[in-house]
Design a protein around this ligand. Sequence first.
Ligand code: GLU
Length: 322
Amino acid sequence: MSVVGRFAPSPTGDLHVGSALAALAAWASARSQGGRFVYRVEDLDGPRAVPGSVERQVEDVRWLGLDWDEGPGVGGSHGPYRQSERDEIYEAALRQLAEGGHLFPCRVSRRDLQELASAPHGHDGQPPYPPSLRPDNLPPGWFDDEAACHDAALRFRVEAGTVAFDDRVVGRVEEDVRQSVGDFVLKRRDGVYGYQLAVVVDDLAMGVTEVVRGMDLLDSTARQVLLTRALGGEPPTTAHVPLLVRPDGVKQSKRNDALTVRELRDAGVEAEAIVGWLAAALGQGDARRRAPSEVAAAFDVDRVQPEPVVVPDGLADRLGAL
Ligand code: GLU
């Protein structure tokens, strides 16, 4: 089967170096196997999207020297490539899940859940959703009944048991999703489709065979495996690449001014110097100037280590000297 990889950034600001690391790893992994590459914009959460950042991110990824076979500016047969334009596709998937008995409407709020909680909080900082709160019997056809769905979130029914998968960086992971998160939300009460639904539906629809992304999404993977199977699909392989942290060990994030590719570029750093440093952060040799094609030619996912990588202070100066 031919390999299809993807990069799926959320347009919440300029591309930070952590996203560039995930992009390079995903691209190099796919290209090193002669695979195709898809660029998808994850702009479901309208209020968090920063105007103009789709275009700026696309430009930054191109400037680094990466390309794609499907996505913004290129088109392709699995579009649209913006999640905000894919409502019908998500709605069809929800219908399929409802018909298979995997969904239920829920009006329990976050606060209700917090108040009920005796269990420790799970992945989302929330207590796992207890199966006792599921509705007893749902009438057939409830999905099309406006009264049944009005002001309700749609949750995925997680069956008891352990999900196991082999991440190409982390190794074997086992998770009891009922204990870690319980029945999770696929469509919010305000009508916004959930990240887990959109990612799974899009990866399936776009024929993605391998997911390479940041370590912060490792704990979404078991949920995505369950959802993929419920939709009758085969889960893609995964490789979760290390997070970038500040010298004090704190994760780089938009909130603490994560370093962006554009800042480095504006400071006069060249793309090949950034690519070389990112490749080194992925365990692919030392930090020297490299074209992305050179990284792909020698890319070996077994050399990627899961531990966070420190972005040193003054990275622009160091890269400038490469
Ligand atoms: N949109 C997510 C992000 O920007 C990535 C989702 C994924 O790769 O599954 O972090």
